[in-house]
Design a protein around this ligand. Structure first.
Ligand code: F0G
Length: 402
């Protein structure tokens, strides 16, 4: 299998093992490209799911740095579907990954590549999940790790993870976009290996979400709905499914629909205008801290995914996100973090607008576990009832509810 990096805009090619994140010619993003001598095959629906099950569609690495990522559940959500008046709704619950988010799929490949390239120090900027994931995989790989997070703006569970895995945590007095700029410059100046989704190898791991959905469903869904922040994940899933389509494994692609928060929705604004350019948001704001991003670096790949699949993008309010988070937990028993609930909130809005039809087969990707952000849950849910430690007290309380 031949492997190289290729600019998505001007097509310039670079060797696979170059430490390069954007095109030297035109500055655009790079794709990992394969020349499959022999079309790789998977026996669809047979064997257990994981990222490395799809090894034949991934770059070859010398040593796999793995925590058994992937193989997350695809839940049939009959109660929620009924509530929303739709026929078929599925939730791909990425919170089941080892560090509680889809980032682990990208990191197992990204950190394995870092190892293969002989790198010793890895770094990222993060709204929380990327840093938690990278810190874990760096620990597993015996590598040094530096993460830059927007000070005071990441959810508590994610901060706890990064701290526990023992990386250097830099709380940058700025937002995520500032932190990403800083980490990019640091990587250049100090020779750190960048593992944000600008690194095309990260997205290779994440494309396996789409592969798993196909295998679990047994067919290609009509629509995949997912939250969008830095816009890597929507691009990754689209890339994977495009490769499977080109290899003849599937017959067509689902519409890719990206959901952003109203206060941080540059991609949505571009799609509304049918534009090929994105106007960045200077001061992004949302309760869904994971997607509090005004300058999504993967914007060009995300537009390719949305326009290339006849998809769209929509924004939702914080109130809609929090309501959807509760609705999913209470109808299906699936507790996801606010950013992940954006996919459900977006689905509800798009059903109302008729953009998604109630007869379509829809998959919502919930990207991170609910316990990542315990403060939000405690703040938005009914408080526990304090009772005296006496059975009569319990009886009195139960009588009012049973
Ligand atoms: N959902 C969750 C839970 C996330 O953590 C992120 C991104 C997204 C959705 C959006 O994915 O960036 O690929 O469009 N979190 C990054 C981080 C930015 O640093 O953890 P995207």
């Amino acid at each position: 299998m031949n492997l190289w990096l290729e600019c998505i805009r001007c097509g310039r090619k670079y060797p696979w093992d170059g430490v390069i994140y954007t095109c030297r010619e035109c500055g655009a993003l790079l794709d990992v490209k394969y020349d499959f001598e022999e079309a790789p095959r998977v026996e669809l629906g047979k064997g257990s799911l994981s990222v490395w099950r799809y090894e034949a569609f991934l770059p070859r690495v010398r040593e796999k740095v793995s925590l058994n990522e992937g193989g997350t559940s695809l839940y049939s959500c009959k109660r929620l579907a009924k509530r929303l008046g739709m026929r078929e709704l599925w939730v791909k619950n990425e919170g089941e990954n080892p560090t509680g988010s889809f980032k682990d799929r990208g990191m197992t490949v990204g950190v394995s590549i870092a190892k293969t390239l002989g790198k010793r120090v890895v770094a990222c900027a993060s709204t929380g999940n990327t840093s938690a994931s990278l810190a874990a995989y760096a620990a597993r790989a015996e590598m040094k790790c530096i993460v830059m997070i927007p000070s005071g703006k990441i959810a508590f569970g994610k901060l706890a993870q990064a701290m526990m895995y023992g990386c250097l945590v830099l709380a940058v007095k700025g937002n995520f976009d500032d932190a990403l700029k800083l980490v990019q410059e640091s990587c250049e100046r100090f020779g750190l290996y960048l593992l944000n989704s600008l690194n095309p190898y990260r997205l290779e791991g994440q494309k396996t979400i789409g592969f798993e959905i196909i295998e679990q469903l047994g067919v290609t869904p009509d629509v995949i709905v997912l939250p969008v922040g830095n816009a890597g994940n929507i691009s990754a899933i689209y890339k994977g499914l495009t490769e499977w389509e080109e290899l003849g494994i599937i017959g067509g692609k689902p519409r890719m629909i990206g959901i952003q928060s109203e206060g941080a929705a540059p991609i949505v604004e571009a799609v509304r205008k049918k534009s090929r350019e994105v106007r960045f948001v200077e001061k992004p704001e949302t309760v869904a801290t994971a997607i509090r991003i005004g300058t999504p670096v993967n914007w060009e790949k995300a537009l390719r995914a949305i326009y290339g699949s006849d998809g769209t993008a929509e924004s939702v309010t914080d109130a809609q996100i929090l309501a959807a988070q509760k609705l999913l937990a209470r109808t299906e028993g699936i507790f996801v973090e606010p950013a992940s609930a954006a996919s459900i909130a977006g689905l509800i809005k798009l059903l109302e607008e008729g953009v998604i039809d109630k007869d379509e087969r829809v998959v919502c990707v919930t990207t991170g576990h609910g316990l990542k952000d315990p403060d939000i849950a405690v703040k938005t849910c009914e408080k526990p009832l304090e009772v005296e430690a006496r059975i009569e007290e319990i009886e009195k309380t139960l009588n009012s509810m049973l």
